[in-house]
Write a protein that binds this ligand. Structure first.
Ligand SMILES: Cc1cn([C@H]2C[C@H](O)[C@@H](COP(=O)(O)OP(=O)(O)O[C@H]3O[C@@H](C)C(=O)[C@@H](O)[C@H]3O)O2)c(=O)[nH]c1=O
Length: 180
């Protein structure tokens, strides 16, 4: 498993060794041992799965403390552009975003620590997005940022994405007070 630390502190990308043989493909999609080697010891309590058509954009979401979630995100089928925004007020990269393409060929996994808003856009039809969360869903603690925020200025690489009504009314960064 290859482990890469990204330019925003605490963010890691894992690329597993993918074994292909006459039957198909095998890889380890999660290894607590590999995470522990770099000091990641979150307890993963919930797995989520969504399927999206090309151009569907979900985000930017987070849960507020004490229900905040770290996430391990990956794509099991298709391709997605994953976006995370650093909303840790004490961070040197507060307000900056990182984009990472996730796909079903490299099978790469992004570790998103607590203190980030998270979203993605599906780059192919039937993109199957899987993620582990370190805390349970708590609807009353949901927070978010507008995907098309002028300050964040995110390059989503897709024109006219398909965004839910709920996500279209998320707040803008200029009016945002981080709960972290
Ligand atoms: C997130 C979530 C939603 N739901 C329900 C609520 C709602 O009726 C339905 C769809 O929810 P949403 O529209 O919020 O789904 P979605 O927009 O896919 O939300 C997800 O977006 C990505 C970017 C994330 O990072 C996730 O943490 C999560 O916020 O599923 C759960 O039951 N459990 C959950 O953990």
């Amino acid at each position: 498993m290859e482990i890469k630390e990204h330019s925003i502190s605490g963010v890691f990308e894992f690329t597993p060794r993918v074994f292909t043989d006459a039957r198909g493909v095998f890889f380890e999609s999660f290894s607590g041992r590999e995470l522990a080697k770099i000091g990641i010891t979150d307890e993963w309590v919930q797995d989520n799965q969504s399927s999206s058509a090309r151009g569907v954009l979900r985000g930017l979401h987070f849960q507020k403390p004490p229900y905040a979630q770290a996430k391990m995100v990956r794509v099991a089928a298709g391709r997605a552009l994953d976006i995370i925004v650093d909303i840790r007020p004490e961070s040197a990269t507060y307000g900056q975003y990182l984009s990472v393409e996730l796909d079903d060929q490299r099978c790469n996994v992004l570790y998103v620590p607590i203190g980030f808003a998270h979203g993605f856009v599906a780059l192919e039809d039937d993109t199957l997005f899987l993620y582990k969360c370190s805390n349970y869903y708590h609807p009353g603690s949901e927070g978010g940022l507008h995907w098309n925020d002028p300050t964040l200025n995110i390059n989503w690489q897709v024109t006219d994405p398909n965004v839910s009504d709920k996500d279209q009314v998320l707040p803008f960064f200029a009016d945002f007070k981080s709960p972290f």
